[in-house]
Design a protein around this ligand. Sequence first.
Ligand code: V4E
Length: 211
Amino acid sequence: ATSPAVLEVERKFTYKSDVEDVLQALGATLQGQLLFRDTYYDTVDLRLTLCDHWLRNRQGSWELKLPFSPHESGRSSNPVTQYQELTQEKEIIAAVGELLGCMPLSEGMEALVAELGLQAFASYVTDRRSYVMPREGLHVDLDEADFGFAVGEVEKVVATAEEVPEALERINHFCVQLGVTGVKKVPGKMTTYLLQYRPEHYQKLKEAHVL
Ligand code: V4E
């Protein structure tokens, strides 16, 4: 059976040292703090990320982020991005197979990695403090990556495309309250990582208008 869709509508923001006071004043509550490593994989010729597909292993679990609204996510300067997130290995394998136009090859992720020759191109640890805005159904993450980069992210998870406009509205309203101005997209951890450590990969994604 297919699991219900997880559609992530999110906006990244830069924050100052008083952000947690501001969040608490707005009614956000601290949910917890988590340390996790993400390792991202692609084919040697970068066919996944060039199509805005992000396959990662987070602390032993596989996840695939892919656009569900290709015109909105990634390909514009819109600060709000929309991605679908798959966490079931069967669904991840099917989506990768569909994108790369190959037969649904393998049974498990390890076999898929071997068959496609997937290689790790980025790996970093995130120290994340998670807040929730219960009434708005918003999640706010304050991330510090181990390569010296911090970014905030406000996110709403919805199940259908029809719920996206309201999610967008809530996110943008919240950003105004938070004092996040500007309509430009803020670079995330991956963009910053690639720019620092994988400049050729970064350049290719720029040219393909993925970043
Ligand atoms: C690079 C990228 C993706 C992979 C990383 O996604 P991100 O939201 O940074 O991950 P993280 O650690 O916050 O995961 P969470 O726990 O929230 O799931 S997904 C989409 N992109 C593309 C992308 C883009 N097109 N433009 C910008 C500015 N950033 C990223």
